[in-house]
Ligand binder design. Sequence first.
Ligand SMILES: Cc1cc2nc3c(=O)[nH]c(=O)nc-3n(C[C@H](O)[C@H](O)[C@H](O)COP(=O)(O)O)c2cc1C
Length: 260
Amino acid sequence: MNISKVTAVFFSPAGGTKKVARAFVSALPYLAEDLDLTPFAKRLESRSFGGDELVVFAVPVYAGRIAPLAAERLVHMRGSRTPVVCLAVYGNRAYEDALLELTALARQKGFVPFAAAAAVTQHSIMGRVAAGRPDGQDKENLSFFARRVSTKLAEAQNPQDLTVPCVPGSLPYKPYKAVGFVPFALSSCIRCGRCAALCPAGAISLADPRQTDAARCTFCMGCVRICPVGAREVDKEKLHSAEAIFVQKFGARRELEFFL
Ligand SMILES: Cc1cc2nc3c(=O)[nH]c(=O)nc-3n(C[C@H](O)[C@H](O)[C@H](O)COP(=O)(O)O)c2cc1C
């Protein structure tokens, strides 16, 4: 198959999923562009893709499922038997039903999920878990996967020739139950509004970024990461004790798993 271009469609509040998507796409031999669906303003963005294009869906795993706001955004993507690579990006604990859910969603929307992978990044809440990832080894693994993906595409005459691999996960999906910490603004907040513009849930007031609607927050930590003066944080004591448990239970390094 001749591929005219590849579009990396991602949702990445804390930036880890974007790093994985970029590392993967940059190792593919096609002209590439990004479609970043993270900000609240992009929640209704719709896009149609042709059968000669390649799409990469990259989303974070929350509680073993696709992050709900990522799933809500992907519903507006339309394929026309468009080949898609599904990437579930997780914080070294587990990805459970996320890849199955992502590939099923892709099919419903007219894509052919002929390749899929689960990749590790730094845990966006428990930052000591998988700290510094994706690292050099991860990038090498993603490049290897990218070469396998381009070979599979080159060997196919058209999208109907692409086989769809089985991926781990089970039905019914695990009920979604994410727990986390609601970040708050410190008095050092300079009201620059970057957090409010990014917040995928629209939980931070644009008029006064010191105000957070805790009921809308999805604990994604995007605001903490983007703040230029470090003026947003979560309850540190609670975080440190939860993090210590996570490091102990889920500290052993997990590597890229891919399905072709
Ligand atoms: C609410 C929430 C739930 C999460 N649940 C999981 C999980 O079930 N398994 C896991 O390994 N990582 C989990 N993580 C970590 C993220 O999957 C991981 O850090 C991902 O890279 C975040 O993507 P981002 O950096 O692009 O925002 C969770 C993170 C958040 C914020």
